[in-house]
Every structure is written in C-alpha cells, then in structure tokens.
Design a protein. Structure first.
Length: 559
C-alpha cells in the first residue's frame, strides 16, 4: 500500500486481489467500497476500514465508493452523513463520484424481495417478534417452522404489497427468507428481510413505510454497484453465507466478501452504542470531545490525519482480532508533530521573576525559532522585560543533585534570551516562594554569548508585559482499563477516568499564541503538544493538549 513502507510484504487482501488480476477475474477491475451506517460518528476502528479500502483500491488503480447503508430511519440522521463525509475527506481520501445510499436502491431491493417471494423462498410472517425469536431455537437446538411458512406465493405477494401501501401498523408482519430453521448458522434460520416502520427517512422522506433489513440490503447493494472486493471486519464473517444465499437466489453480480480484524486500541472503545451512551450521560461534551475515539474527537484534539494513516500501516491487516497499544499510537503522533509543530513558551503554574538589573520600562524583542527540525519554518518574536513568569517548579530552595534549573546562587539560561543568577526570593506567611529576584548578564544573549559563564540548565518563560492568559485542557485516557468493555460482570462506565480532563486556567503564554491558526500544531516547550480549540474567542484562548512529550501513563499506573 502507498503508505505501508514499514511492511513491504503483501497482506491477505492484496494476495486475493493479485490472484484475481492474474486470472482476469472481473475483467481486471478493482472496485471497493466503504459502507458506513449513518447512525453515529466514525471512530478509530473505522479509520482502519477506510484505510484498507481506499489505499488498496488506489494501489491497484481501482475505485472506492462511499455508500451509506441507511436502512434504519429511526437511528439515522443527516448530521451523521455530513460528519462521515468530513472525516473521510480529513483523512485524505476521495470517493468515486457522488456519495451513494442504499436508500437509492429501495425500489430495486423491493423488486428483489418480490422475486424471492415468486420463487417461493420468502414469506410473510404475522407472528410477534418474541414468537419469531423463540422459534429460532438456540445454537444447540434447531428452530421450528413458522405456521405461516407455507403460504402461497399469491398470498405472500398480496400481503407484501399491502405492507408497502401502508395498510398495516408497525410490527404487524414481516417478510422472511425461507432457508433452513435447523441451520447451524443462526442467521440462516429464516432471517427477516423487510419490516414495517412508519418513520421519516433522512434521504427518502416519507416515500416508504417498509424498510429492508441490513443483512438483506448490504450484499445486494454491493452487487448493484458491481463491487469486486467487499471488505468487512470480522464480526460480519457469519453473515457472509446469508449474503451469498441472497445473491445466488437472485442470480445477480456475485460480489464477494472478505473479512479483516477490526482496529482495537487499548483504552479506547469502538462501539457507537457505547460512545452514544457517554454523550447522553454527559460524561463527555459531545461526539467530538477530544477524549473520544471518534475521528472528529481526535481531529479536535490535534491528531494529524497522516499519523492515523501511518498507524494503520504500522499495525497492518490481520485476520485475527488483536489489541493495539495506545503507546504506539501516541508515539506515532509525537513523531509527526515533532516535525511540524511550532515551538512556543507557556507557563502553567506561574511564579514571578524580577530581573533587578534590567532597566525599568525597557522591553526588547527576541527571535524564537519556530521549529528546530525545520529551518525553513522561520521564527517569531517574543518580548523580554524586567519582570517575567517562570514555572513555580523551576525554582527550588534546596535542590537535589543534578538539578539544573534555578536555585539560590545558581545560574540558568532563559530560553532564547540571557543567563540569569538567583540572588534572593520572597515568601508568604506559609513559607511559599512568591517572587524571585535575579541578575542577568547582558553579554550572555543567546546567539552572541560572550559571558564565559557555563550553565547546564535552560528554562522556558513568558514576559509579563505581553503574557496572554490561557485555558489549557489537559486530556488523558478516557478509561482506566485498557479493555473496559471486556468485563462481563462490570459496566464499561465503571472504568471511566474521572481525571481524563484537567482544566488549567492559571496558564500564561507568549504573545505569539494570539496569532496561531485553528489547525496549527504547537509544542509548548517541556509541556507537550497542543492545538487551539474551537471554543476559543477574542477574549478567551483555549488550547487542547494533543499528547504529552513522553508516555507518562505507564509510570502513573505503576504508582
């Protein structure tokens, strides 16, 4: 694949496609699709499916459709449609032509259903949902036939057409396929094909009051689009025989399905139902909360689309379910951000520092390199005056050995500025240091240091005359357990991390932060990678921490 530079060996999907190309199957075509249901926002697991389909098709000069499998009007919404389109585009992919909808095929699917009835392999069942479920039996016990299974073709057609006409209420009857009530695969035990739902559909409006079941519509939609390689995650493996049965009975294009292991990442959940529960219970601010595994959340947090694609490539295409380490994902994010992030200085826990020999009322402009990894990134200007802010933790009265920051009678360099020496300090009634007084050495200016003073420590700082108040949102993992949904005896919310968001409203940043764009990656020196949040306004600058400079979670868990 185009981005799979880390692993040049072919994955099993590529091997299948290359064999098909060699044999001339599908006249040498490669046509794939990504078929989301528009009933929620896409998450990190979907990113893997998107990557597999679009990258594979591109590798072989093929095409990829975006098709919304919108067969359930009760749970689907145009909001989800728009968010899905935005997420795919953000990841860097373009689908073939216009976006497609299974609902565009409703008339064709209806005709397919009538064809099955005419063949005598589909019937109308007027039992309750509970009775149908009971009659299906169990994995170890065969089901029993419906009392309506042997209705005539004419009666089934009449009732099915009455269903379409809206002559019956929801739940009054369903259309079922007539397969085998003793089949080992429970999905083959006379599955439902159509049900009645008097509900408004986001695409077809009120044109329909009956809707095809997902399992009936999905495979036929692939066939209608002449999809050559239908790639789905492993949970659809047991659905494949049913898809094939429908295609064989209808005699339509034999689109074939292949299953891959979905993307599971430690400390993340990839269930839209559970993600929705987090939203509904107010445990997150919405689908795009930066702690969520949704692509909109990861985007808001500052993840780069190329990082997600590279993570997909690193983890490869598997046939067995597996768990990817969050540390690997964060490592990829750090590597990519390190190459492009603008370096700025922010003080999270401010302590006043007075440079006593710096002229009162004087301010000077100093250049600050935007990115030491990229000389072409240029620089921005920061100010220095008599009073500045440093981190409270960067001054200690009784420092341990190998402490290279500021202490009484110790020297340290202010990043991009001068060497200073701590002369005295002021404390409050509790003995807490509230102010540090220092001397600076004018001849020690960065880039032209002639002081001869040797220092081992460099500190970030912010000038008091131009400091900007900030709100920092420090995000951590949303769950305390790497697999919060794997515990049968516990609800996944029991592992909700109450410290997954810590808000800092004391922080001060250099003036350049007032100029950064909404999508500009930033590194707050010594603090981590950040991005400006959409909640920012002229009077309030909010920044989200994308990821810390190093993995601190493992150390935290050991304590």
């Amino acid at each position: 694949m185009s981005e799979n530079t880390e692993n040049e060996s072919k994955n099993f999907i590529q091997e299948i496609i290359e064999k098909d190309l060699e044999m001339g199957t599908h006249e040498g075509r490669v046509h794939m699709r990504f078929p989301p249901e528009p009933n929620g926002y896409l998450h990190i697991g979907h990113a893997k499916a998107i990557w597999i389909n679009f990258e594979t098709a591109k590798m072989y000069g093929g095409k990829t459709n975006l098709r919304f499998d919108d067969t359930n009007p009760v749970k689907e919404d145009v909001e989800y449609v728009n968010s899905i389109k935005k997420d795919i585009s953000w990841l860097g992919y373009e689908w073939e032509g216009d976006a497609l909808y299974t609902s565009d095929y409703f008339e064709q699917l209806y005709q397919y259903a009538e064809d099955l009835i005419k063949k005598g392999v589909a019937y109308i069942d007027e039992q309750s949902a509970e009775d149908i479920a009971t009659q299906k039996g169990t994995p170890t016990k065969p089901g029993t036939n419906s009392p309506f299974r042997d209705r005539s073709v004419e009666e089934n057609l009449e009732k099915f057409r009455a269903m379409r006409a809206g002559d019956h209420p929801d739940g009054a009857m369903v259309l079922r396929a007539k397969i085998d009530m003793a089949a080992p695969n429970m999905l083959m035990r006379d599955p439902l094909i159509y049900r009645i739902k008097h509900a408004h559909h986001h695409n077809t409006g009120d044109a329909w009051c009956i809707y095809p079941m997902y399992d009936f519509a999905h495979g036929q939609s692939d066939s209608i689009e002449n999809i050559t390689h239908s790639c789905c995650s492993l949970e659809f493996m047991h659905h494949r025989p049913l898809y094939n049965w429908f295609i064989e009975q209808l005699g339509i294009f034999p689109s074939k399905q292949y299953e891959f292991a979905r993307m599971n990442v430690a400390y993340m959940i990839t269930s839209k139902r559970r993600l929705l529960k987090l939203v509904e219970e107010g445990l997150v601010s919405g689908w795009d909360d930066p702690r969520m595994s949704t692509l909109s959340g990861l985007r808001r947090r500052g993840y780069l689309p190329e990082s997600i694609r590279r993570f997909c490539a690193l983890t490869g295409v598997q046939k067995r379910d597996n768990l990817q380490e969050m540390a690997l994902l964060e490592s990829v994010i750090r590597d990519d951000l390190n190459a492009v992030a603008t370096r700025v200085m922010v003080v999270m826990d401010p302590l006043k520092l007075v440079i006593t020999n710096y002229p009162e009322g004087q301010t000077e402009e100093l250049p600050s390199q935007n990115n030491p990894q990229d000389e072409s990134a240029g620089h921005h200007m920061m100010t220095l005056s008599r009073e500045i802010w440093i981190e409270k933790g960067d001054f200690m009265l009784d420092p341990p050995k190998k402490y290279f920051r500021l202490a009484p009678d110790k020297h340290v360099r202010l990043k991009g500025a001068y060497i200073i020496k701590a002369d005295k300090y002021i404390t409050d009634d509790k003995g807490e240091v509230t102010e540090v007084h220092c001397t600076y050495f004018p001849e020690s200016k960065s880039g032209s240091d002639n002081s001869g003073i040797k220092v081992k420590g460099t500190m970030h700082w912010v000038d008091s005359t131009s400091a900007i108040p900030l709100e920092l949102r420090l995000y951590d993992r949303l769950f305390t357990d790497p697999t919060p949904t794997s515990h049968e005896d516990k609800d996944f919310l029991e592992f909700y991390n109450k410290e997954s968001l810590v808000t800092n409203t004391q922080a001060l940043g250099e003036k350049h932060l007032a100029e950064v764009g909404a999508t500009e990656p930033l590194q707050f020196m010594r603090k981590g990678y950040f991005i400006k949040d959409q909640d920012s306004s002229d009077g309030k600058l909010v920044f989200n921490r994308t990821v810390a400079l190093r993995d601190s979670w493992a150390k935290k868990q050991k304590k």
